[in-house]
Structures are given as structure tokens and as C-alpha cells.
Design a protein around this ligand. Structure first.
Ligand SMILES: Nc1ncnc2c1ncn2[C@@H]1O[C@H](COP(=O)(O)OP(=O)(O)O)[C@@H](O)[C@H]1O
Ligand SMILES: [Mg+2]
Length: 220
């Protein structure tokens, strides 16, 4: 369903991806692991159509993603993907509930309906008390939960999560992982999680291991 073939991506003189490939099935939960700097985030961003590789191919449902222009990749993401970025990346001017409602508003849902859906996700992730606060007033853990709610609110086909528990203590991390994985399993959502935490990788069906921007192995 998601496929990356021989991806190469450089940032100046740094080679972030050097021939990385990955294949992810419909409804599969996959962890991308590897040392810091091995290219995990870059691979995730290429799969999600956020950045384009310099060479290689990315496909979603058989269709090329990497050849689409920015507007078409944005449209593809809004309609099919949810993304939890490494440091949350919420809009600082908006409240938590407005941040979570935003993907629905972009998809032309009504304001009231979008805010209600946002509130119910904030409740599920145990941060409903943060609904009216802006990101600057939230802790790292609260930000991460709000970011997870925002990724799930549209009921996407694929959720991409970059170190979703990085800012959480282990108990809170397990709660967030449980909600992410439980939601994905119940809805048949494909879940791609970047992590360097073995306990997080243990939730996955399969592990894709990167080393120096290339595939070092696949573990079940
Ligand atoms: N926007 C960027 N600008 C410059 N270098 C980058 C950028 N993004 C990633 N890199 C570099 O590419 C390499 C891979 O980065 P990344 O994919 O973030 O690795 P990981 O997520 O595994 O830690 C690293 O050496 C990193 O410093
Ligand atoms: Mg990273």
C-alpha cells in the first residue's frame, strides 16, 4: 500500500537517505528504527509526501507520490494521512481544540462539528482540560497528546508518527501508544512509527531498521 524504492535525499553534504527502500501493507503497524541520524525522520517525511527525494520512487496505493507537485501532495495528505511530528508542531496562535479541529476544517467540515470531534479526541487522550489553552501553555507530554489527537481526528488511511512518545514519561508513553495502536487496529489504519525506543517498537507488527540512510534489516 505504501512503497519506497531506492530513495536518496541529501541536505547539503549530508546524505540522509542512501538507497532506502520499504514496503508497508494495508493496516500494518510498522516501526522504523535505527540510530539517531540514520535517516528515520527523512524516510517518514518522504513516505508521507512532506518532502521529495532526489531520486527513487514513493507510491501510495500504486500511485506515485514523489512526482506530485506541492499542492497535490498537500491534498493527498489532507485526504489520506495523519502526521504526528517529532516535536508536536502545533499552531501557536490556536487553542488545543482548534489545532485538533484544523484538519477537519481544511477538509471543509463545519466549525461546530469539527470542534466537537476535536473535543472527543482530546477526551480520549486525556487532555480535555487543555482544550482552551494555546501550545505555549502546555507541557511536552500534553503537546504530544494533542498532536496525536490532531493526527487521528480525520480517520486517515495512514498515520505517520515521529517519536510520538519522545516527550513523555514511560507511563504516559504507554497510554499514548495504546491509544494510537488501539485506534489503528480498530479502524484498520496503517501506522508508521519512527522510534528509537524498543518498548515502542514492540507494539509494531514489523520493524524496519535503518543504518546510514539505507535498509539494515527487517525484523518481525
Ligand atoms: N532539514 C535538514 N537540514 C540539514 N540536515 C538535515 C535535515 N534533516 C535531516 N538532516 C540530516 O540528515 C541526517 C538524517 O536525519 P534524520 O532523518 O532526521 O535522522 P533520524 O530521524 O534517524 O535521527 C542527519 O545527519 C541529519 O542531521
Ligand atoms: Mg528523527
Amino acid at each position: 500500500m505504501l512503497e519506497a524504492r531506492a530513495l536518496r535525499k541529501t541536505f547539503g553534504r549530508t546524505v540522509a537517505l542512501d538507497g532506502a527502500s520499504a514496503e508497508i501493507g494495508d493496516g500494518e503497524i510498522v516501526a522504523i528504527t535505527g540510530a539517531s541520524g540514520s535517516g528515520k525522520s527523512t524516510l517518514l517525511h518522504c513516505l508521507a509526501g512532506i518532502i521529495r527525494p532526489e531520486s527513487g520512487e514513493v507510491r501510495f496505493d500504486g500511485r506515485r507520490v514523489d512526482t506530485l507537485d506541492g499542492a497535490d501532495r498537500t491534498k493527498l495528505r489532507r485526504e489520506n494521512f495523519g502526521v504526528v511530528f517529532q516535536f508536536g508542531r502545533l499552531v501557536p496562535e490556536l487553542t488545543a481544540e482548534e489545532n485538533v479541529a484544523l484538519p477537519l476544517l481544511f477538509n471543509r467540515h463545519g466549525r461546530r462539528e469539527s470542534l466537537l470531534a476535536a473535543q472527543s479526541w482530546l477526551e480520549r487522550l486525556d487532555v480535555i482540560d487543555c482544550a482552551g489553552r494555546r501550545p505555549g501553555e502546555l507541557s511536552g507530554g500534553q503537546l504530544q497528546r494533542v498532536a496525536v489527537a490532531r493526527a487521528l481526528v480525520t480517520g486517515p488511511r495512514v498515520v505517520f508518527a515521529d517519536e510520538p512518545t519522545g516527550a513523555l514519561d514511560s507511563l504516559a508513553g504507554e497510554r499514548v501508544m495504546g491509544e494510537l495502536v488501539g485506534t489503528a487496529r480498530a479502524a484498520g489504519t496503517t501506522l508508521v512509527i519512527v522510534t528509537h525506543d524498543n518498548r515502542v517498537a514492540a507494539y509494531a507488527d514489523r520493524e524496519i531498521v535503518l543504518r546510514d540512510g539505507t535498509l539494515a534489516g527487517v525484523a518481525v
